[in-house]
Design a protein around this ligand. Structure first.
Ligand SMILES: [Zn+2]
Ligand SMILES: [Zn+2]
Length: 373
């Protein structure tokens, strides 16, 4: 690259001393043509958080005990029983008829295993570190123990507040391109089932750490219980299940499978029905689209399949698809560019945005609206 710069004889417009800047711009563009650089920021946040957690010995909390707790919530006997029940319901009352071992189901089994093994320690590390950072830097947000506060009220408040935080993080996942890159994996499922709840990129959990704040605020009042988290996880799993069952008269309060399916639809806006458990946040923000009998049959997935999916090839190569999906957020936004040619345009004084993929375009978050994907 450097030789291209030096050997160019028509660079009279280049101001003395500007070559290093051009070199850095060219180097960044060359890198951007191979990897989506903003995605590395989420890796950086995770690494910094884990380093803080390690150095503070996880704030005095037992890492092993926390791992056991999270495993109980994700794949403990009660959770497995609930998941099994939903899997049976999907066969008895399906929203859409699918083969018993549809490709999407098999792929989501891999994500279930991934969550139960590698994702658990990652989420525990991130959660303990985040809790340590928040409680150390903002100690005043932790309210003291109030004897007069009924336990059920604390738990109900945390349920609702946690759901509001999840909704906000989910909205950010749809509005910020860098986060969408990690979240689109969840939306890529074309054969939705209860196991689709596990189809998430491991690093997306960084964006959901704010969900811990209500529990941290009320920690002295016994806010977080395993039962609360299992019930919450069951509601979120149920809304992904391929069933025509719903919450009946409470359909306008809780997110039913038909309601959440609209969020996963392949055609139309996907930045609606962002709720995890409650529909109230969608209703307050004008993003609630209540389902009909017809919407239970709509197709799900991503238009144009921008991410490799298990349904796209003649044979479903689940492990290579898994690898491609996990690396998906880091793929470049565009096809690789001819850096040398691009650079000659820079030297010609035509600026960064005269070519088809100017650097400023690559990093302009406001130019992106996944809601209309
Ligand atoms: Zn979404
Ligand atoms: Zn979903």
């Amino acid at each position: 690259m450097t030789s291209v710069i030096i050997s160019s004889s028509d660079a009279p417009e280049v101001a003395p001393g500007s070559t290093p800047r051009i070199e850095s711009v060219v180097a960044r563009r060359a890198l951007s043509s191979r990897v989506y650089l903003p995605a590395l920021s989420i890796v950086a946040v995770a690494v910094v958080l884990i380093a803080i957690g390690l150095s503070s010995r996880w704030g005095g909390t037992s890492f092993a005990a926390s791992m056991t707790n999270l495993r109980v919530i994700i794949v403990g006997p009660v959770t497995v029983g609930i998941l099994f029940l939903f899997l049976v319901i999907e066969r008895l009352r399906p929203a859409q008829r699918r083969r018993f071992f549809a490709r999407g189901y098999r792929q989501d089994v891999l994500y279930t295993v991934l969550n139960a093994t590698l994702v658990v320690p990652l989420v525990v590390a991130l959660s303990l570190s985040f809790a340590e950072v928040v409680s150390k830097s903002l100690p005043w947000i932790i309210v003291p123990q109030y004897e007069f506060l009924p336990r059920w009220l604390v738990i109900a408040f945390v349920f609702v507040a946690m759901d509001a935080c999840n909704w906000s993080a989910h909205l950010a996942n749809h509005k910020v391109r860098m986060l969408w890159r990690f979240h689109e994996l969840h939306h890529s499922q074309e054969d939705m089932s209860v196991l689709t709840v596990f189809r998430t990129h491991p690093l997306i959990h960084v964006s959901y750490l704010i969900t811990l704040i209500p529990g941290i605020v009320l920690i002295a009042n016994g806010s977080i219980t395993t039962t609360l988290l299992v019930v919450y996880a069951a509601v979120v799993a149920f809304e992904h299940s391929n069933t025509n069952l719903s919450f009946g008269p409470l359909n306008r309060v809780f997110c039913s499978p038909n309601y959440h399916r609209i969020h996963h639809r392949v055609e139309g806006r996907q930045d609606v029905n962002l709720g995890f458990a409650l529909t109230i946040w969608d209703q307050l923000s004008g993003r609630a689209v209540f389902p009909t009998k017809e919407t239970i049959r709509i197709e799900t997935g991503l238009p144009g399949r921008p991410l490799t999916v298990e349904q796209s090839a003649p044979r479903a190569r689940h492990f290579s698809v898994l690898a491609a999906q996990l690396l998906g957020p880091f793929r470049p936004l565009t096809e690789p560019v001819d850096v040398a040619q691009d650079h000659s345009e820079l030297l010609g004084g035509r600026g960064l945005t005269t070519t088809g993929i100017g650097t400023s375009d690559l990093f302009d978050e406001s130019a992106f609206d996944p809601g209309i994907r």
